[in-house]
Ligand binder design. Sequence first.
Ligand code: NAD
Length: 453
Amino acid sequence: MDPFADTLQRLREAFGSGRTRPAEFRAAQLKGLSRFLQENKQLLQEALAQDLHKSAFESEVSEISISQNEINSALRNLRAWMKDEKVPKNLATQLDSAFIRKEPFGLVLIIAPWNYPLNLSLEPLVGALAAGNCVLLKPSEISKSTEKVLAEVLPRYLDQSCFAVVLGGPQETGQLLEHKFDYIFFTGSPRVGKIVMAAAAKHLTPVTLELGGKNPCYVDDNCDPQTVANRVAFFRYFNSGQTCVAPDYILCSPEMQARLLPALQSAITRFYGEDPQSSPDLGRIISEKNFQRLRGLLSCGRVAIGGQSDESDRYIAPTVLVDVQETEPVMQEEIFGPILPIMNVGSLDEAIDFINRREKPLALYTFSNSNQVVKRVLAQTSSGGFCGNDGFMHMTVASLPFGGVGASGMGSYHGKFSFDTFSHHRACLLRRPGLEKVYALRYPPHTPRNLSV
Ligand code: NAD
């Protein structure tokens, strides 16, 4: 028996009825999402703490407020985003009305990961609902506590004929993907992104793939090491390094490495104390499997800072590795944990070449007091997003699209980009029925006599 058939049929029928299209309906769903966040804040914070040992601060800034801001922005702009967009016309269509209509795709599947299990479920959901779609949400089965709240509490705040949550891991998701959807929005690893895209291709379903990879962080000799260390450490160890846009590794000269190491040690001690394991501000590794994978990476290169781990607590200390080789696993796979390797390069050109020899990253960071250096890295590389002199602040700007390029993904969202992602941009031309004599000029036979009519 197909466990998803009834739910899918219900959602399809709801979309077919047209009820998700009016602005009032969409706004009501967005307000429901907002109430869900406000009325369940403590429950959500507890779930996030259980899943990832997230502090109240981290939950607030990276899960709850960020989702709330997205809802507020969609509510503020909904009617403007929904408006038909008039476009310039050519000579042959001067008397017509030409416009782009943003229409919902229909039934959207959203598949979310575990690292920001609330925000990465809700942010795409805001866009999909604002655009007038019916939505099936598949949260990550790995962040169990948050998954439970999303499955049991969230639907109560939304129209349940148009929205549903389904549970499951790889096997169930694989089964789900055999069905036809009108749009699939996937956030997760490149490996599973390929599975999702292959399944979508069978139905010619369009996809957005928000994937991961290794985000380089180039540190120029011309900068203040302590400022760089503070910013890189904050963004590397936030959520215990389990962030798709975290700086994955540093590229710098041996001289800058020597200045950065004490500065990184100082930042780590200030942020998390002498015993980071007892800090309420440091997260834990999501699962035993990932813990073991990360513990394996600690044997790459040489530990310069940290390196401790505790299996009983899934704790890995904020760690810096030096003397790593490009061929070692820590420089081959996305780290996704609190480990920061430093690779030495001899020049800016070498750093740019190193970056360009690898897959295009989701984010790229460059630290330098010289604007020219920052602009050169920006001009001579490619990545989903870019931030000069800080960590992933670019993704907090809702007027910037968020997404990858190449192996780090395709498509983008946030703010109006979300609305546009979840809308089909329908090309429309409305012509009046009259003026047939004028339009008859185009009909064959295309003889000089006919053209002169
Ligand atoms: P994942 O790819 O393992 O899982 C993501 C989702 O896919 C989950 O809901 C999971 O249940 C489902 N899934 C897993 N295996 C599947 C399979 N074989 N078939 C069908 N579905 C399957 O990713 P993850 O471990 O949850 O998250 C970590 C990855 O996500 C990292 O690579 C990270 O960079 C990336 N990520 C990207 C972004 C972004 O916005 N670009 C954000 C967060 C995480």
